[in-house]
Design a protein around this ligand. Structure first.
Ligand code: HEC
Length: 174
């Protein structure tokens, strides 16, 4: 094995092991068919978790920071001596967001004016929270990382992102 592939301090090698859903999506090349897709979504939904107190709309200003933070899965955050290192969502890697931000990826859909277009009804709040927590609950072989499900972001951080996308005062809706 080349030296650069040796585990460094805090590196999470469990990421190299595919879980059942990743295997299903790999073997079907992302096209699982209706029955398997339904089974995947049901399996993924079993691990949905919500913030304490059940408030799915958090603090949009905190959400803005998480959305911007490019350290989506920073290696240092796995160093046991630093278990509280905060991770970001790295959302701009795949999504358009605020108008003033010109550097963004386009693997995901544009999230500009997301809340302005959809409103803040209870089903929209729930969908947005759950989609960010685990995109595969809705789209079995989604290319979006399962940010809450994989413990990259906490339920509180997912609620902050939900508020950032939905709050009328959020810059993403201006
Ligand atoms: C690696 C790329 C990638 C990253 C990083 C990513 N997403 Fe996504 N996202 C996608 C893709 C692809 C889709 C569309 C396919 C789907 O719905 O699963 C999507 C869909 C979504 C949707 C649903 C949009 C709709 O119209 O219903 C939301 C909301 C969303 N992402 C929010 C986020 C947020 C917030 C972050 C950061 C915490 C994020 N995404 C990070 C790839 C990504």
């Amino acid at each position: 094995m080349a030296e650069s592939f040796l585990p460094g301090p805090g590196q999470d090698l469990s990421r190299l092991q595919q879980d059942d859903t990743q295997k299903d999506c790999t073997t079907t090349r992302g096209k699982p068919g209706d029955a398997l897709a339904e089974a995947i979504r049901a399996r993924e939904a079993r691990n949905m978790a919500y913030p304490e107190g059940g408030r799915l709309l958090g603090d949009w200003k905190a959400g803005q920071k998480i959305f911007n933070d490019g350290f989506g899965y920073r290696i240092g955050s796995f160093i046991p001596s630093n278990p509280n290192a905060v991770r970001g969502g790295n959302c701009y890697a795949c999504h358009q967001g605020e108008k003033k931000e010109v550097a963004f990826g386009n693997l995901g859909t544009s999230l500009q004016s997301y809340g302005k277009v959809r409103g803040q009804s209870e089903p929209i709040v729930k969908y947005t929270y759950e989609k960010i927590y685990n995109a595969k609950v809705y789209n079995a072989c989604s290319n979006m990382p399962r940010l809450g499900h994989k413990g990259i972001l906490s339920p509180k951080q997912v609620a902050d992102l939900t508020a950032y996308l939905l709050d009328p005062a959020s810059p993403i809706n201006q």
